[in-house]
Design a protein around this ligand. Sequence first.
Ligand SMILES: C[S@@+](CC[C@H](N)C(=O)[O-])C[C@H]1O[C@@H](n2cnc3c(N)ncnc32)[C@H](O)[C@@H]1O
Length: 213
Amino acid sequence: MSGLLMGSTRAYYGVHAGDWAELRRTYYSDAVSDAILARARPGRLLDVGCGPGFLLTKALADPRFPRVTGVDFSNSMLTLLRARHENGHKLDLRLADARKLPFRDAHFDSAVSDMVLHHLAEPWNGLAEMARVTAPGGRVVLSDLRPHAHEFFREDLADAWLGFDEGELRRWMAEAGLANAQVEDVASLRATVVNGQLKHADVRVFVASADRL
Ligand SMILES: C[S@@+](CC[C@H](N)C(=O)[O-])C[C@H]1O[C@@H](n2cnc3c(N)ncnc32)[C@H](O)[C@@H]1O
């Protein structure tokens, strides 16, 4: 990701850390994080771009995941999350970049990511990192958007990609050493509020999952 683009994404989430909870609710439903967790393998779970922790909070309450690690490059997001999960004995939070995860190879049973890939200028690098830290037999699962034409997502939401072509995503997954890819629509992002203004959007949200070879 270019330094400029990465800086603006981090700045966006720095500013919106406090109200992202409310913003997210207006964008898409909990069905997305539920679908991700349902497809993850039980065991050690990594959440890349965990933000204020919608998915991560559910994972912490789920006995299938005895150890949950969250990574985000926004300190403001992690500060919120730490305050919410004080004394969380099964939680490990790290300030780090999705492009260079601070974990050894094959450390997790699942690496998941909820609406983060479109922020990466080189999403294939983020996918390769998720695959690298996932153990053979484990699973990579992520949500993102189908291709759309809402240009205002770039400036107003700090998105680098206006959704993803399924064929391209499948190719990146295969190149990262992932097999048996499934890409399923699970929800729609219906509207978005930018600076108090409702701007229309209607984009399908998919969950992609694949096995680490
Ligand atoms: C759309 S929010 C999603 C947050 C959370 N996954 C959720 O479902 O609510 C995107 C998150 O990805 C983080 N992020 C974006 N680019 C990142 C990168 N290169 N490395 C780490 N985190 C990143 C942002 O700071 C933000 O918290």
